[in-house]
Ligand binder design. Structure first.
Ligand code: ZN
Length: 248
């Protein structure tokens, strides 16, 4: 890995770091994308009948069953070396935040705790009235009702047409505006607010680094672009950062 000395020094000295991940890192763990997951009986559905608030209002059972299917698919995936390396990075940097667009929960499973899951997590459910969190119940009615308030449970994910939770966006934006280094890892959606993060970080004077096989918008706007698969190189990158020595 031939990282310029100035970038390497910035990485090693970083006190306030943000890392952003999404669908690319999930794919490297074998997690199917939303479209890829629409197989078998689900292939005939329109996305608008599976993953919108309107669909849930019309047919909560269908939406629940779709996400239950997604959850079971995703449960077979395991964190990859990049997920594990980011847990080490969190321990090393004094102010650290991992922002992910993934819904698979693999960062949490790997051990990351300074984490904002902008799109939620398919392994959790929450009630529609009060946001009480719960676990998927294998038994009983579909969808089940919240034991605390009686409203329906729904998957704790952001459906199409819904915005991200305001508290999550605020926490993510604040970290980006205050960071000295930001890493974009793997293929990422270019939807707001994530598409704004490179520019926000630059305004804050941060160094912007991407790890991605493609020349994405994030790569083009970066100070340094590592053109590689995340699961192949992030653990090496983290080792170099955390050890303070090593071949570069
Ligand atoms: Zn409730």
């Amino acid at each position: 890995m031939n990282i310029p000395a100035t970038i390497l020094a910035q990485l090693r000295q970083s006190q306030r770091m943000v890392v952003v991940t999404g669908g690319g890192l999930s794919a490297e763990s074998g997690v199917a994308s939303f479209r890829q997951a629409m197989v078998g009986e689900w292939a005939n559905y329109d996305v608008r009948d599976l993953a919108t608030p309107q669909a849930f209002a019309r047919s909560p059972k269908t939406v629940w069953q779709w996400y239950d299917f997604r959850r079971r698919q995703i449960a077979t995936a395991q964190p990859n070396p990049a997920h594990h390396a980011l847990v080490d990075l969190e321990q090393h940097v004094s102010e650290f935040l991992l922002i992910t667009l993934a819904i698979d929960g693999l960062h949490w499973q790997a051990g990351s705790r300074d984490l904002v899951e902008l799109n939620g997590c398919v392994q959790r459910v929450r009630c529609v009235e009060n946001g009480h969190l719960g676990d998927w119940d294998e038994e009983g009615s579909i969808p089940p009702r919240c034991p605390r308030c009686g409203s329906l449970f729904r998957p704790d994910v952001v459906l199409l047409g819904e915005g991200f939770a305001r508290t999550h966006v605020l926490r993510a934006r604040t970290a980006v505006e205050q960071c000295d280094t930001i890493l974009f890892i793997g293929e990422l959606s270019t939807a707001d607010p994530v598409a704004q993060f490179p520019f926000m970080a630059r305004r804050a004077g941060a160094t912007v680094i991407t790890v991605n096989r493609d020349d994405s918008m994030f790569a083009v706007t970066a100070d340094y672009h590592i053109k590689a698969r995340a699961s192949d190189c992030v653990s090496e990158l983290v080792r170099i950062i955390t050890s303070g020595t090593g071949a570069v």
